[in-house]
Design a protein around this ligand. Structure first.
Ligand code: G3I
Length: 403
């Protein structure tokens, strides 16, 4: 039966993929570890909502403690959130989260805006906070096409050579990873290298470095980034991070093929980061299928790991610029989707695939998804740090699954 499902999955993937613009090979896909999410579990009588109203109330159950059997729970912060230990944000993040990542301050443009001039003020403060709290720290990100200064790619106004671009990339990685060796636990070594239609993103990195080793692919800057990071910190977890891996089959397949090739070539990639910028209409069946596709990387590297790295749940469809009221109906849909998601994430953890879930922000007020004239409501905590229904719902999921 499992083989039949695998075969059907492979055929379905092949048919859908050949209709797409980017066409990586699909002949080595297949396999399934699926089982349907059970949405009808009765509420656990063990769990009682407290009277807590605010995220930092003493009686508000801690998220990371509730999920400790399955994964760590984290959030993206900015160093100004750490200024006042009595502030709601400081109290909230230290109560609910045990993994942290900087939202912007460890990106290339923040750390090395001009060549050779490194600014480590924010990262030092972040690491100090990590040492004080004992939290797991993620470094985001060593190599990206966005928030990366143009000087990496130009040489006296002309296109820089592959050698020069690689040397600059390695210098950046060495300087940063060496400084925080043993202090930053996990690095998003490269970010968003897969294009929206599948295949490699046609970034300056790909354009300049290309097929440097002449082996027929253009993964070379990625390979060199991982090799360099591993040389600097043999114990850090090294992640390839991307968005829409849970929703786009083309992206999941392209990521699978790229990582498979690199793992087979000995490139030290430890796992995949699913950013998970999802919405209240996210299709859980597609998410499950894409996790299955990428889960097959375990055939090559048995301890290959998944992390959820930038979770949020928009109440808008992508590209919709109209503001909406956060109605009871929308809140209910979001609460149900958060339930389905956390049930799925627990399953992934129990199957050994996942051990970290990080939100991209803290409260509805602290999220990149808020736009001028279009407030968003993507997080578990409301604007005034009130506890939302979806917060209580994910805790309920944790309690239902506690053995
Ligand atoms: O700091 C400047 C400020 O001086 C200036 O006045 C202001 C005017 O627009 O811009 C400020 O910079 C902004 C920066 O965030 C800090 O707030 C940039 O314009 C803005 O583009 C930047 O957005 C960040 C975005 O990455 C950039 O691509 C978001 O905060 C950040 O949440 C977002 O994070 C990314 C992850 O790194 C990768 N995955 C997707 C995720 C969401 O886009």
């Amino acid at each position: 039966m499992k083989r039949l499902i695998s075969l059907l999955l492979a055929i379905a993937l092949l048919l859908s993929f050949t209709a797409c613009e980017a066409k990586p090979k699909t002949d080595d896909l297949g396999g399934s570890n699926s089982s349907d999410v059970d949405n009808k579990k009765p509420s656990s009588s063990k769990f009682k909502r407290t009277d807590a109203e605010l995220s930092y109330d003493e009686d508000a159950p801690s998220l990371y403690e509730a999920f400790a059997d399955w994964f760590e729970v984290g959030c993206a912060i900015n160093t100004w959130n750490l200024n006042d230990k009595n502030s709601p944000e400081y109290q909230t993040i230290t109560k609910h989260f045990n993994v942290f990542v900087l939202e912007n301050e460890s990106k290339q443009d923040a750390v090395q805006r001009t060549e050779g001039n490194f600014n480590f003020d924010a990262m030092d403060k972040f690491v100090e906070f990590g040492e004080e709290t004992g939290a797991t720290l993620r470094g985001h990100t060593l190599v990206w096409h966005s928030q990366c200064p143009d000087w990496f790619f130009f040489d006296n106004g002309k296109e820089a050579s592959a050698e020069l671009v690689l040397e600059r990339m390695k210098t950046h990685i060495r300087t940063v990873v060496d400084r925080y060796k043993g202090k930053i636990d996990t690095w998003d070594v490269v970010n968003e290298v897969i294009g929206d239609g599948g295949g490699l993103r046609d970034s300056y990195w790909v354009q300049r470095v290309g097929d440097y080793d002449g082996d027929g692919d253009k993964y070379d800057f990625i390979e060199q980034a991982f090799i360099t990071a591993r040389e600097c910190d043999p114990d850090a977890r090294l992640i390839i991070n991307d968005y829409s891996l849970e929703s786009s089959e083309q992206k999941a397949i392209s990521m699978y093929l790229a990582v498979k090739k690199m793992l087979n070539d000995g490139v030290p990639i430890d796992g995949i980061g699913f950013q998970m910028h999802i919405g209240i209409n996210t299709d859980m069946d597609v998410m499950r299928r894409n996790f299955e596709i990428l889960g097959q990387l375990r055939d090559i590297k048995p301890d290959f790991i998944f992390e959820v790295t930038e979770l949020d749940m928009s109440v808008y469809n992508w590209g919709d610029n109209n503001a909406t009221e956060y109605t009871k109906d929308i809140r209910n849909q979001q609460t149900q989707k958060y339930r389905e998601l956390f049930e799925f994430l627990i399953e992934q953890s129990e199957a050994g695939y996942l051990d970290s879930v990080v939100f991209w922000g803290m409260s509805d007020n602290h999220s990149w998804l808020n736009k001028d004239n279009q407030p968003n409501y993507p997080m578990l905590f409301a604007r005034e740090w009130k506890l939302k229904d979806c917060y209580w719902e994910v805790l309920e999921v944790a309690h239902e699954n506690t053995k």
